[in-house]
Write a protein that binds this ligand. Structure first.
Ligand code: BTN
Length: 241
């Protein structure tokens, strides 16, 4: 598999999307620094030296509506690898991996589809590894942490990356060969969202209630005060208490 390594890019996801059509599944785009790193919901993703900023090109041949499942697969893989370092990584729906309530990883999944079948999926993964939190502007720093800050020591990024790619491949194989409920159960076991009072903001409205589950397509199920349930496929989730 090819690895495209760059010192500096705008966004590894943007590069991955440009080359995806002609590249094999499993191709990796990785950079030391991103100048135009993108987060979910149009947000900026600050990507200084010391982190892992990468995108993986996948060609799973699934319907577009299942593409968001891969976000859960990637989140599970990141959380598993961090847990193997004896840190209590948890997943906040849909894609934040957190340690002690602070975000250490974000995932941005982008897919291109013809009719309903995906041509490719780009899994963009940003992991705060060794960078200094002071390299992150104050407004982004709140609620973030790094592996180095949590472990109190420098992490070898190359070996972390090897472990992560191995785990991602394992989870991807399970994704392709087993019912999705298996991955969903593993994801649920590591998620700290279910059972919480949440407030989810979408471009059109705000939904408040108790997070009671996740659908097989990765939508969050919220039980509202009037006891009706609602499924939200994308949005910003805040824990109310
Ligand atoms: C989020 O939590 O909002 C998602 C953040 C995703 C960041 C990664 S870093 C590598 C890849 N390239 C980007 O521009 N974004 C993703």
């Amino acid at each position: 598999k090819e690895i495209h390594y760059f010192e500096e890019v705008t966004s590894t996801n943007s590069i991955a999307k440009e080359i995806a059509a002609s590249e094999e599944e499993g191709t990796l785009v990785i950079a030391e620094v991103q100048k135009g790193g993108r987060g979910r919901l149009g947000r900026e993703w600050i990507s200084p030296h010391g982190g892992i900023w990468m995108s993986v090109i996948l060609k799973p041949g699934i319907p577009l509506r299942h593409a968001s499942r891969l976000t859960l697969v990637a989140g599970l893989a990141v959380a598993n690898v961090i847990r193997n370092m004896d840190l209590d990584a948890r997943i906040k729906w849909p894609n934040d991996v957190r340690i002690n309530g602070k975000k250490v990883c974000g995932i941005l999944t982008e897919a291109k589809a013809e009719v309903d079948k995906v041509d490719y999926v780009v899994l963009g993964i940003g992991i705060n590894v060794n960078m200094d939190l002071k390299d992150i502007p104050e407004s982004f720093r709140a609620g973030s942490t790094t592996l180095k800050a949590e472990l109190g020591r420098h992490i070898k990024r190359v070996s972390f990356l090897q472990d992560f790619l191995f785990e991602l491949e394992q989870q991807y194989i399970l994704f392709k060969t087993q019912p999705f409920s298996h991955i969903l159960n593993d994801w649920l076991a590591l998620s700290d969202t279910i059972g919480r009072e949440v407030k989810v903001t979408t471009p059109s409205r705000i939904i408040e209630g108790k997070a009671v589950g996740v659908t097989p397509d990765g939508a969050l199920v919220i039980k509202k005060a009037d006891d009706t349930k609602e499924e939200i496929i994308a949005g910003r989730c805040i824990y109310a208490r």
